[in-house]
Ligand binder design. Structure first.
Ligand code: NAD
Length: 365
């Protein structure tokens, strides 16, 4: 299986659709277009061997449609491996809606999107991602049952973000244990980049444990709110990657670990919520390994959200959600040790296990 994804520029150069490496054996890609509501969305269904393709919908004001396509392909592929490594009977899918969630998201647009999801007959199940809330999913639920991340008032498992943050916290502690010999984060300097739904709860756990937390975000209001709530420091510079720190926690968008940032990084551990943190999995995973920076694979430690929404399908409760999420600690530690033993990057170690589970299922084992 191909494990590398090309960047947008390379994507533009290649003509044939199915030959593009970023398609990485995607089963189906659905372009949703509705002039009346202004909906332009893409649903990526990467793999359904383990079950229906479940993954959230991101609404983002992309620079170009190519960027949106590239994002959905990378995200849906990531979901396949996230669910497989977490042991869930789910495949990988994701959707993106092109537009600014603050100004262009309307009930009509969300309902139309829901109709497109419904037309796939459950092959793709949606949930929230960046730019979406539980009330958006409640609305989508009125036109299709193939949606999770429903509010607790409407009988769902509620906002998955706090659980995602708890899982990231577990993964971070495991990575600290591996790198520093102890999983305590008391006194550790942690930079959290992106303090949205997930980042804020992560900041809460970190500050409660006594970590020295710096926060960065594009949104000044949020920065001040989170600083006042948890007593953390706002990072005032413009290049946090070069700052002295123990742990870098990317919790905004992906690809912040790249050719430019890696040589500057002083962090000893990278553990955060953002999907697709490595711009190039193979190249940047290896660069981190060579520098001795421990990378806790994103799709492994940010699985709390999918564990939470899966509860709606499998009908398990909060206790089981927490137990499964806490297990991210053990899995992360195992994978970090496995990577060292097999002389591969941590990302490759996690990916191989996920891929072999999918292969086994495909072959009826
Ligand atoms: P969110 O939209 O609530 O928060 C993202 C935050 O990042 C915002 O405050 C935004 O201002 C900030 N941001 C954006 N670009 C930035 C930049 N360049 N520098 C600094 N800050 C920036 O999103 P979220 O739900 O908290 O998700 C964060 C990340 O975690 C995303 O990559 C998402 O895909 C991933 N993730 C989320 C969940 C979940 O349960 N919400 C689950 C798994 C993975």
């Amino acid at each position: 299986m191909i494990t590398e994804v090309v960047n947008t520029k390379e994507l533009k150069k290649v003509d044939p659709v199915f030959g593009q490496i970023s398609f990485d054996e995607h089963e189906q890609i659905v372009f949703c277009n509705d002039k009346d509501t202004g909906l332009k969305a893409i649903i990526g269904i990467h793999n359904t061997v383990m079950g229906p393709a479940l993954g959230g919908t991101r609404m983002w004001d992309y620079n170009s449609e190519w960027d949106a396509l590239n994002d959905v392909l990378r995200l849906s592929r990531g979901m396949t491996f996230k669910s497989a490594i977490t042991g869930l009977n789910l495949g990988g899918g994701k959707a993106v809606i092109i537009g600014d969630a603050k100004t262009q998201k309307t009930p009509e647009l969300m309902l139309k999107f829901g109709e497109f999801v419904h037309s796939l007959n459950g092959k793709y199940i949606t949930a929230e991602d960046v730019g979406m809330t539980t009330s958006d999913m409640d609305l989508v639920r009125t036109v299709t049952p193939h949606v999770t991340g429903i509010s607790e008032e409407k009988g769902g498992a509620g906002n998955p973000s706090p659980i995602t943050a708890y899982g990231v916290y577990m993964g971070m502690k495991a990575a600290a244990k591996y790198k520093f010999g102890s999983d305590t984060l008391d006194g550790k300097v942690v930079y959290v980049e992106g303090i949205g739904n997930v980042g804020e709860t992560l900041v809460k756990h970190l500050s409660e444990e006594g970590a020295k937390v710096y926060v960065a975000d594009l949104n000044q209001e949020r920065l001040e709110e989170v600083r006042d709530k948890y007593g953390v420091d706002i990072y005032g510079g413009n290049n946090l990657y070069a700052e002295d720190m123990d742990i870098y926690a990317p919790c905004a968008l992906g690809a912040t670990v790249n050719d430019e940032t890696i040589p500057q990084l002083k962090a000893k551990v990278i553990a955060g919520a953002a999907n697709n943190q490595l711009a190039s999995e193979l190249k940047h995973g290896k660069m981190l390994r060579d520098l001795g920076i421990v990378y806790a694979p994103d799709f492994l430690i940010n699985a709390g959200g999918i564990i939470n929404v899966y509860a709606e399908l499998e009908k398990y409760g909060k206790k089981e959600i927490i137990e499964k999420t806490e297990n991210i600690y053990n899995t992360t530690l195992e994978i970090l040790k496995n990577a060292e033993a097999n002389q591969v990057t941590t990302h490759q170690a996690a990916l191989s296990i996920a891929q072999s589970r999918i292969e086994a299922r495909k072959n009826g084992k």
